[in-house]
Design a protein around this ligand. Structure first.
Ligand code: NAP
Length: 172
């Protein structure tokens, strides 16, 4: 099963502040929603709860929320109690590809297990309390990049970047 991490991060690796995003970048939200459309989603409990009211986990979306709380329940998605269990549960449900949507704790624990990183790199430093792990360039190779300039509605320059395991790291 393919495991894809999707995240937007600032130049200083900040991804979140006060359980929310530190920026408003409509072009990235649009890209995010388009990319995850119809996909199987995995999210940490905090991120999941922070976005429940929005469009990501709308009715009909398949996915898993990860929590250590044994009695945690969601009316809309499956619940797993570890990263590994979330992958097992997805595989048992015949899923070929999962999108890991964060937040910080989940990225930290799953980056070593992922097959691809789809990262929006926001060209600025932000204050925050949640971070994306360093992308080890000996382990990850940039396979595509699309640089975008700020405009009337998107107040920062940003790049859509895809990383895949570096060939040399696969030979280890
Ligand atoms: N920029 C981006 O792309 C992006 C994407 C997603 C989120 N974010 C931001 O990231 C922040 C949220 O991230 P976060 O790190 O605070 O929380 P999180 O990763 O969304 O969720 C953490 C929770 O996941 C559960 N969990 C974590 N590891 C686990 C494990 N090994 N086994 C079982 N359960 C586990 C625990 O839930 P319980 O407490 O229920 O046990 C834990 O409290 C927000 O600011 C959000 O806006 C940014």
């Amino acid at each position: 099963m393919e495991k894809v991490i999707m995240a937007a991060k600032a130049a200083n690796n900040v991804i979140g502040k006060d359980n929310s995003l530190p920026w408003h970048l409509p072009a990235d939200l649009e890209f995010f929603m388009r990319t995850i459309e119809g996909e199987f989603l995995i999210a940490g409990r905090k991120f999941f709860e922070s976005i429940q009211g929005r469009e990501v986990f709308h009715e009909g979306v398949e996915g898993i929320v990860i929590s250590r709380q044994k009695d945690y329940q969601s009316p809309t998605v499956l619940v797993a109690h570890s990263i590994e269990e979330s992958f097992q549960l997805a595989a048992q449900n015949g899923v070929q590809k999962v999108y890991i949507l964060g937040g910080g704790e989940i990225y930290q624990q799953s980056i070593e297990l992922a097959d691809r990183l789809i990262i929006t790199e926001i060209h600025g430093e932000f204050e925050g309390d949640t971070f994306f792990p360093d992308i080890d360039k000996s382990r990850w190779e940039e396979v595509s990049r699309s640089d975008r300039k700020k405009d009337a509605v998107n107040p920062y320059d940003y790049s859509f970047v895809v990383y895949e395991p570096a060939i040399l790291s696969l030979l280890d």
